[in-house]
Write a protein that binds this ligand. Structure first.
Ligand SMILES: [Zn+2]
Ligand SMILES: [Zn+2]
Length: 275
């Protein structure tokens, strides 16, 4: 199982020189289990992943097939969709989108996202087959024994966390989650229980959260450390970096977090983890 980070930034892209080591693209994580491709979220990193997949599958002259999980519809998790070239390329590629339609269907979101005058082409220009699956709390059984467990997180308009269980190990993707609600705090620890790798929202510094970010729907690195330690997950990847946090700030966060738990790193564009 190979995990690769294509977008690690929260809220909005930040293509400034002082952020480039960790990266400025918004949420997108690719997972390969054998030949099968899984994608978590479609922020601006999704566009860059699309270029890489085009090169890889174009060379082999093969269609693409992927399961795409979308945590929620805030811009930083969907903005890459209209710019993902494999959706336009071939009619025999297929994308299976999974997300909750509690607030809206993904099809409608994509339609609206590409509606005039916001975008020059509409959804009908996307040739690839798209299938939309409405998911809620529960467990999905996919190819090769891969199972996905979902859980709601504490975030404005809702957000879904994903636990991916494979023969190689367990990966949890839980971004955009605010601590402090007993039921959600408990359910995210259950989702992360014993995972090999936990990707977790660490947008704020604890002091930023305490001073002015209550109710904004995000966590901080100290809570991320609590979650990894209390859930028995093995490795913590800090994710969804604040747009105002430069590389230097993120380095300091990792340094401070390691004083509490050694197996911590910050997600960076291009970073790969093998499980
Ligand atoms: Zn977000
Ligand atoms: Zn959000």
């Amino acid at each position: 199982m190979r995990v690769k980070f294509w977008g690690v930034r929260g809220s909005t892209p930040t293509p400034q020189a002082e952020n480039m080591r960790y990266g400025g693209n918004t949420s997108c994580v690719e997972v390969r289990v054998g030949e099968q491709l899984y994608i978590f979220d479609c922020g601006t990193g999704f566009r860059v992943l699309g270029q890489q997949l085009r090169d890889e599958f174009g060379e082999k002259k093969l269609p693409l097939s992927a399961h795409v999980f979308i945590s929620h519809f805030h811009w930083d998790h969907i903005q890459g969709i209209p710019f993902f070239r494999p959706l336009y390329d071939r009619a025999d590629s297929q994308f299976l989108f999974h997300c909750s339609s509690r607030t809206r269907s993904l099809k409608q979101v994509m339609d609206e996202q590409m509606a005039s005058p916001y975008f020059p082409v509409n959804l009908s220009q996307m040739q690839a087959q798209q299938k939309f699956y409405d998911i809620d709390i529960g467990r999905l059984n996919l190819e090769d024994g891969v199972q996905i467990q979902t859980s709601w997180l504490n975030h404005p308009q809702g957000c879904m966390g994903f636990r991916m269980e494979t023969k190689d190990g367990v990966l949890v993707y839980a971004t955009d989650n605010e601590p402090g609600d007993a039921a959600f705090d408990k359910s995210v620890r259950k989702l992360a229980e014993g995972a090999d790798v936990l990707i977790y929202d660490a947008q704020y510094l604890p002091e930023e959260y305490a001073a002015e970010k209550h109710g904004w729907g995000h966590s901080h690195w100290r809570e991320a450390v609590n979650v990894v330690m209390e859930s028995g997950a093995k490795e913590l990847v800090l994710f969804h970096h604040d747009p105002d946090h430069t590389d230097v700030v993120i380095d300091k966060i990792v340094h401070d977090a390691r004083n509490y738990y050694p197996k911590v790193r910050a997600a960076a564009e291009g970073m790969e983890i093998r499980i």
